[in-house]
Design a protein around this ligand. Structure first.
Ligand SMILES: [Zn+2]
Length: 44
């Protein structure tokens, strides 16, 4: 996912930000959220 894609998402429902990166949104998956930048995964 490119950098621009993250900014495009800002107009949608608020997403969780990565606690490690701080400026990166976590990608939504069916059972977890994942940061594509550092690999952080938050299980639901
Ligand atoms: Zn991250």
């Amino acid at each position: 996912m490119s950098r621009a894609d993250y900014y495009d998402d800002e107009g949608e429902a608020q997403k969780n930000q990565c606690p490690r990166c701080g400026d990166t949104f976590l990608a939504e998956h069916s059972d977890r959220e994942h940061c594509g930048k550092c690999g952080y995964t938050e299980w639901k």
